[in-house]
Design a protein around this ligand. Structure first.
Ligand code: UD1
Length: 444
């Protein structure tokens, strides 16, 4: 494997993000879960994948040794490490500490083989253009839940003066000199906001970005860049004003807790009628999900860096519509649907961010869930019990939904292809076992 000795790495062939097919039998790990045990105890939340990935890419903005603490060691962060290594960076990704040395960048090409496995690889485009004026980054291609365009990334960079071409499946920029611009996002995009923010910090002049994403991952990226000498104002509002600077200092930061992992555990505790405390998390980043879980009958006690949840005997149905932060996250839609599958009453769940993000529906149905899909809305008629069955994971959060459903299903559920889960959850099986669940990782 083409990784630095420092990268901790599962020796597995990489699957594609869009297609789970692979030749390597090692990636065919499965979970066998015996449901019916309420979760109890305390669990430590890992660093946020979606915050770590753009910060890792941002290390390209300045030469030197960057220090990132609390990066989760996951397939996706390992992939980002590999992308950076392809560019010439030295990367050490350990369980507590990630060191990235971007002094000698020798290439500006992010190859298809890596980008297709993780769309977030495209984050290197803005930093490469900003620091070197050159980039050759593969277009990511499709995704299991429909088209995921990157037009806003490209339009924003073009507005900053980058004459980008699409050549042989690659986005190519040559001898680009980025300059400040005014750019309005017609839809709120986490990825495009991070991309343009990273490009604008070293651009010549002032960039004004309107209708930006407010996700904590974005705000934190801006704060990290400001501590390195960038000049970004308006963080936490829909308008960012970025005065380009000549250079940045290396990054030294601690990645924020993973709010999606945390909320996944809350849903798992809720559905099993358990009582757990999440440590090292920030409840203020999870208010929309906390409110929905309270509506579903959970008792939730937020603390400063932790939150305790006690689930009801049986949850009540709740209606959920996903929206950009601070709305209900699309990354929790599938897990909430698993909860609603066993709720008392009928829930209506709409995803407004990704209209086709419902690959978990037929798999939940195999466990006995009654879900009718109409466009981007699922009507979930809660059943009293689910029954274990073999099911298949299809993406990160869909897999998490199947785990949640399996934890409450009668009998045994075998979830195949959990490499999807491993892309986004650090040691989920071990953490669940510590909370009293019966979860076994097997090789199929
Ligand atoms: C989105 C989620 C993010 C989640 C991630 C993975 C939002 C706003 N974003 O982020 O919370 O972690 O999926 O599940 O909830 N779009 C375009 N053109 C672009 C980019 C995006 O039209 O160039 C559209 C997308 O199709 C989508 C919306 O904008 O409908 C939000 O996309 P974006 O936030 O960029 O996606 P991710 O960064 O993947």
């Amino acid at each position: 494997m083409d990784v630095a000795p420092g990268i901790r790495h599962h020796p597995r062939t990489r699957p594609t993000e869009s297609s789970p097919e692979t030749q390597d039998p090692a990636i065919m790990d499965a979970f066998v879960i015996r449901g019916g045990k309420p979760l109890k105890g305390r669990v430590q939340i890992s660093g946020a994948k979606n915050a770590a990935l753009p910060v890792m890419a941002a290390t390209l903005l300045s030469p030197g040794v960057h220090t990132l603490r609390n990066v989760p060691v996951l397939r996706d962060t390992i992939t980002m490490g590999e992308v950076l290594q392809k560019l010439g960076a030295r990367v050490e990704l350990g369980p507590r500490l990630c060191k990235i040395d971007t002094t000698n960048i020798t290439s500006v090409e992010a190859p298809y083989d890596l980008v297709r496995t993780m769309r977030a690889s495209i984050y290197v485009l803005g930093p490469l253009l900003a620091r070197f004026g050159n980039a050759r980054v593969s277009l990511p291609g499709g995704c299991a839940w429909g088209p995921r365009p990157v037009n806003l990334h490209l339009e924003g960079l073009k507005a900053m003066g980058a004459a980008l071409e699409i050549e042989h499946g690659y986005i190519v920029g040559r001898e680009v000199k980025l300059k400040g611009t005014n750019f309005n996002f017609d839809v709120v995009s986490v990825g495009a906001t991070a991309q343009l923010m990273m490009a604008a910090v070293l651009a010549n002049g002032r960039t004004v970005l309107d209708n930006v994403a407010l996700e904590p991952d974005i705000t934190v990226l801006g704060e990290v860049l400001n501590r390195c000498g960038a000049n970004i104002s308006g963080l936490g509002t829909r308008r960012l004003v970025i005065e380009g600077v000549r250079e940045l200092q290396p990054i030294d930061t601690t990645i924020i807790p993973d709010r999606i992992e945390a909320q996944t555990f809350l849903a798992a505790a809720a559905v099993t009628g358990g009582s757990i405390t999440l440590e090292s998390c920030d409840p203020s980043d999870m208010l929309s999900a906390i409110q929905k879980l309270e509506e579903a009958g959970c008792q939730i006690l937020p603390g400063t860096n932790e939150v305790t949840i006690t689930g009801p005997r049986r949850p009540y149905a709740v209606d959920v519509t996903t929206a950009p932060f601070p709305g209900f996250p699309t990354d929790m839609q599938a897990q909430m649907m698993a909860l609603c599958s066993v709720a008392e009453g009928t829930s209506v769940i709409t995803d407004t961010i990704y209209l086709d993000r419902f690959t978990h529906v037929p798999e939940l149905a195999r466990l006995g869930a009654r879900i009718e899909l109409k466009g981007n809305t699922a009507v979930v008629k809660g059943v009293e019990r689910l029954s274990g069955a073999p099911v298949m994971a299809t993406d990160i959060r869909a897999s998490a939904a199947l785990v949640i459903a399996a934890l409450v299903a009668e009998g045994e559920t075998r979830i195949s292809r959990i490499y999807h889960l491993d892309r986004g959850y650090e040691g989920l099986d071990q953490k669940l076992v510590k909370l009293g669940a019966s979860v076994e990782r097997i090789r199929e």
